[in-house]
Design a protein around this ligand. Structure first.
Ligand SMILES: NC(=O)c1ccc[n+]([C@@H]2O[C@H](COP(=O)([O-])OP(=O)(O)OC[C@H]3O[C@@H](n4cnc5c(N)ncnc54)[C@H](O)[C@@H]3O)[C@@H](O)[C@H]2O)c1
Length: 249
């Protein structure tokens, strides 16, 4: 899909990978980008940067795990002309204490945000695109963690494996409706999320892993997201953006 003049919705657009993708969409000529985040002021900062790149930006506060509010957000976008591109990206990690010591409530929240909301976001996006009879590109943020077991955060790993398999299972939407759903699998990326693994600083297991690799930038991931949007051949696929070994000292 040619991004020029298209309308996009990005969740988790207030920071990290979501912000980088929103800005890259603006640079690629998108006409309008809805930057949605639970943190409205950070979404508004993203919108300022979108506007300075020549696109229209709209900030919306959304807790994606509030599915009625999420549906309303998509309905609003549909009545304003519809969405061509949706990046379902908002996500969280479990944080301390390590499994099995965290609460079940935290586990439920993790599943609601990382899995249920991404599946619902995909459904609402597909429904709107199908009603308009327009082609569409949807990208869901999974993780490198989706591809292998992780003792550090089993619940997070399960949600990411879930969204990856959901996305792969959407492959035939291209044949049926001309709508492509793909996933990006980032490895360790320099965002606020790294600190959240330990509460306020990266957990020890992550610090050990970080010392051994080149940490990715949010822009590294955003480039893969744009590849998935632009490459019309991709449906039900994923791009792994992996860390390379750290350069020798
Ligand atoms: N950073 C990494 O190393 C890494 C690796 C693999 C996958 N990911 C995934 O990338 C995605 C983006 O994370 P990031 O690394 O940019 O972290 P981040 O913390 O910088 O960004 C996450 C954004 O999501 C927002 N958010 C959190 N809960 C929300 C909710 N309920 N509703 C709406 N917005 C909410 C936050 O306010 C924040 O702006 C996540 O799905 C994450 O799991 C990150």
């Amino acid at each position: 899909m040619n991004i020029k003049d298209k309308t996009a919705l990005v969740t988790g657009a207030g920071s990290g990978i979501g912000r980088a993708a929103a800005l890259m969409l603006a640079e690629a000529g998108a006409a309008k980008i809805i930057a949605a985040d639970i943190n409205l002021s950070s979404a508004e900062e993203t919108v300022q940067q979108i506007v300075s790149r020549g696109a229209k930006g709209v900030a919306r506060r959304i807790d994606v795990s509030d599915l009625a509010a999420l549906e309303e957000l998509f309905a609003e976008a549909d009545s304003a002309g519809g969405l061509d591109i949706v990046f379902n990206n908002a996500g969280i990690v479990s944080g301390p204490p390590q499994f099995p010591d965290g609460s079940v409530a935290r586990m439920v929240k993790l599943v609601s945000i990382n899995l249920t909301a991404m599946m619902a976001g995909t459904k609402f996006a597909v429904e709107g695109m199908r009603r308009r009879g327009a082609p569409g590109a949807i990208v869901n943020t999974a993780s490198r963690a989706a591809l292998r077991p992780s003792a550090a955060d089993p619940a997070y790993t399960a949600t990411k494996a879930g969204i990856l398999m959901f996305t792969r299972s959407c492959a035939d939407l291209k044949e049926r409706f001309g709508i492509r759903v793909n996933a990006v699998c980032p490895a360790i990326t320099e965002t606020g999320m790294l600190a959240a693994t330990g509460g306020s600083a990266p957990a020890q297991w992550l610090q050990t892993a970080m010392a051994q690799v080149r940490i990715l930038s949010p822009e590294d991931i955003a480039r893969a997201v744009l590849d998935l949007i632009e490459d019309e051949s991709k449906s039900g696929e994923y791009i792994l953006v992996d860390n390379e070994p750290a350069p020798a000292q």
